[in-house]
Design a protein around this ligand. Structure first.
Ligand SMILES: [Mg+2]
Length: 123
């Protein structure tokens, strides 16, 4: 059974890049796309998501707010949440982790980093 991965990013091009990386890693996944935090959260509420890969800066609802809302629904952190950001500074990483993200990946994404971060979840 492929695992459902929710890819949340307001940039269609970034979503394509993330999905290509998932394919390149040959994970057995079914990708679900959302264009902003609100859409991502609505899909999350329907359940059966193994992993969320989310952008930080998005209109309507940003990634941090979305992660906080997801963790209210998933207080035992059963779903893995990976935050992808342009700015990998220490403050941002701390914010992401405090909001409830399990991991942080900085752009540009490399296949090696992607595989290292996700193999335990999706491998
Ligand atoms: Mg964005």
């Amino acid at each position: 059974m492929p695992k459902n991965v929710l890819v949340v990013d307001d940039s269609a091009m970034m979503r394509r890049i993330v999905i290509e990386q998932l394919r390149a890693c040959e994970f057995d996944v079914n990708v679900i796309e959302a264009e902003d935090g609100r859409q991502g959260l609505e899909r999350f509420k329907l359940g059966d998501i193994a992993c969320v890969l989310s952008d930080w800066n998005m209109p309507t609802m940003d990634g941090l707010t979305m992660v906080r809302e997801m963790r209210k629904l998933d207080p035992h952190s059963r779903v893995s949440i990976v935050m992808i950001t342009t700015n990998g500074n220490a403050d941002n990483i701390m914010h992401a982790l405090h909001a409830g993200a399990d991991q942080h990946l900085a752009k540009p994404l490399t296949p090696a980093h992607f595989k290292a971060a996700l193999t335990a979840i999706l491998g």
